[in-house]
Design a protein around this ligand. Sequence first.
Ligand code: ADP
Ligand code: MG
Length: 571
Amino acid sequence: MKAHFELKSILQSIDTKGYKSYKELEGEYKFSEYTLYIDHVQGDPFALPSGVRVRVGQDIAGFPADTYLSRSREIALRDFITRKFHEAINKFSKGSRGSGKSGLISIDNPGQEILERTSAFVNESYVEVRFTVGLPAFGRKVAGFIAEAIFFDELPHIIRDSLLFKNLDVEALYKHIKTSEDADFLRKELENLRLIAFVAEGSILPRQSGVSALPLQKDKAIPFLSPDNLKMDVELPNKGQITGMGIPRGITLIVGGGYHGKSTLLNAIELGIYNHIPGDGREYVVSNPNSVKIRAENGRSVHNVDISPFIKNLPFNKDSVSFSTEDASGSTSQAANILEVVEVGADVLLIDEDTSATNFMIRDHRMQKLVSKENEPITPYIDKAKPLFREYMISSILVIGGSGDYFDIADFVIRMTDYRAEDVTLEAKEIVQHYSTGRTVESDGYFGTVRERIPLSQSLDASKGKRNIKISNRGIHTIIFGIHDINLIALEQLVATSQTNAIGDAIQYAKKYMNGKKSLRQITSLVMLDIGRAGLDVLDPRLSGDYAEFRKIELAAAINRLRTLKVEQKI
Ligand code: ADP
Ligand code: MG
């Protein structure tokens, strides 16, 4: 380890030299309050910025053990520290100076969700943050004095402001970790209560806009109120007793007029797989961790999926037991999306009519008369939801404003009126008694087989030009895997680019388990086990600060959407 003044003298000696001379910086530097690690130096000012870490010993950082000793608190504290470091960068960094990314200090930028992130770590010995620095240059010449300002003026301020317990807003810190701990507790409680989701009274579900995840302003939002029949109390370790709507297992419909808040409720449940920051409005909205939003996704590629539970007798004898296409239709994509997530272990399907294929959801009496079953390959979801629950214990929450035929199969019906939820199950059941749908059930009462599939390693190739592995991402919804884009736009439960970044690398990592025998379900489970044991760092030995936790469901979904993928069905 070098002394901090050695960093200064290197910077002075390479000032105005060619950019490559920055390579000399790689190494560890001892500062009085922390250690600086320059792990990876970028090749030029336009490349990915340099990877840097800072460690502050707990003798100086001073985080009390109760802020990180349980897994739940540790994750929330790491998330909190990342946010504070990010804020401190905005306060103290002078930002971009010079060519390319010169002068930029950046760290993962968390949104409304509290996630496990590799941007920060805490244990009994130290606090570590991982971030990047755009080593500054004019043209391609080292701007040594700017680098000096970054490492000897800006960074020390950022570190002192965000990594020392005594300088943090302690109340906000405890609120963050206690809120997250309560949400974890509540999500675990769902299992005991035989629920699939819980929405606390007083929650603010709507967001500011279609492009903002921030809560709708308090004066505009109507807080959630639970219908009496579904109301229950839960005792949380920190907040104490809360009241809210528990959605039991089975089939639940969310009905109501257009613009009355149906999708907003479903969206909140969708993201209930994550914990939310204090002030978000959805702190106590949680769902089963294996809840999956399903939508139609026409145009996607599908590889060897047995979609026969929903689709049989395609025109021109196209196979639906091992269905492949480069361009799925609305209904076939929705069928494939369901079978793929059932294959890897979904517990709850969340479906919104807004983003579903109508013909996949329902075929009514009149249509059954006009188009005979022989000429309709699709068995609609209405005839499969119950068998799916009976045989696979997979529940459904469905937003359906357009078809009362669904009352037949519903266990619970929630009606949204002016953003208020009512339990109208009994009313719906009375309607079932009085008005027959006239439709014929189009299934034999069984869901059908769900086949596991075996991905073939050679079909996942991340090479690009001279590079054996080149994986990156463009925003949340695109992974660039070698020369192939993987489109994740249908994965509505992804919330952070650092998740997408991790999933991209996890696909490559998963190849080590692809031996031509293991199924996608087994492979993705093994990857998650490794991550559970050794952390997200297993994905990259270079200690990325830009990973966030993800589920095996999204990992499998990304693999399934790689257009070059080849899979065999397991027999
Ligand atoms: P639906 O799916 O029933 O057609 P949405 O859930 O899309 O309706 O909601 C319609 C609009 O109402 C959206 O702009 C949404 O942000 C807003 N909204 C939803 N719930 C609330 C609420 N509780 N308070 C205020 N506005 C809400
Ligand atoms: Mg809607």
